[in-house]
Write a protein that binds this ligand. Sequence first.
Ligand code: SAH
Ligand code: SF4
Length: 390
Amino acid sequence: MTVNLLDYDLEAMTAFCEGLGEKRFRAVQLFRWIHQRGARRFDDMTDLAKSLRSKLADVAVVQPLQVLSEHRSTDGTVKWLFDVGQGNAVETVFIPETDRGTLCVSSQAGCAVGCRFCSTGHQGFSRNLSTGEIIAQLWFAEHSLRASGQLLPGQRAIDNVVMMGMGEPLQNYSALLPALRTMLDDHAYGLSRRRVTVSTSGVVPMIERLQQDCPVALAVSLHAPDDHLRDSLVPLNKKYPIRELLAACRNYLTAAPRDFITLEYCMLDGVNDSVEQAQALVQLVQTSPHNRALQGLPCKVNLIPFNPFPASGLHRSPPDQVKRFAQVLQDAGIVTTVRKTRGDDIDAACGQLAGEVQDRTQARERLALRRIDVPVVSATAAAHQRGPSP
Ligand code: SAH
Ligand code: SF4
């Protein structure tokens, strides 16, 4: 049986090489060829002995994902739809920014969490992606963007990865972890720990595992300031309520005390967007002697304009309401950003569905808007909260 080398982090690649009777440093060579240089064919890996190349060809492949479509927006956003078999597809989105490029990566075909405002959630769960399928999205995007010839020699295309495509990454932890390690590995993509963000709806035990195994930047999809409302928006809240979730967030930061948690908050008209709810959110996260149970959370809040789809029955908050909500947070000194739409003309999806997945719930294809974050707080307030935005 052949193995897909994209499934391996460096440790697994080393074990694989040793299993072939090869020295450990061969793993580094292979890793560099595949991830840094984008090589697929063993014959192209010219500093490997011919005998090793033919041995590799017998037992291994570098198996990328098949591209079903590629759309380029006038603003430079690129969206790829990848086939993951059996009628399933996932989407990956590249968002260029002036000084960097961000790739939004999927972790599952569909999602089992079933958030009310999320089209992926409405669609149901099809399956977990493998490590190779997660990393193949980055492998393909990085090397195809480099091949497009717009970069300087040696310049990389992607220096920021956000696990905000389809799926709940912390419900696919065993595949996610080697993929994260490969993203960070200097022999592969060499991304900084703070420039890889895992976004989660709040799988508390796995937040704890991630902290121990690979404490990358963490974004938590909060969406509500109280359990009653969050239960109805993010069903996982019934299992892991806000108090436990925020405690896990605070604990997460003990591994990296200079970091902060990004709280994502999808603005839903008349549901979670009132001034009172903004005040309740401030209470939840603010450091205060009166708030002993929580003791505050170093965080930044990302307000996401809801991207509507018919089956949700929900509406986007009016811009003035978003401003009022942001103002409350800002006045309390919380760094707040409002996401700005990117890639509208190609329906590049943000966090909600990317691609068509085998339809478990009869939900249909959805629209999607790619967004980037625009700070709405003063530079002074921002200066108090360090670190990159996801
Ligand atoms: N499952 C993870 C990561 C993927 S979703 C999570 O929930 O965090 C990425 C982000 O997109 C989440 O913050 C999610 O709440 C947001 N999102 C989902 N559906 C959306 C919609 N219809 N409009 C705007 N944002 C949405
Ligand atoms: Fe899943 Fe995230 Fe969508 Fe919720 S918001 S259904 S966790 S992909």
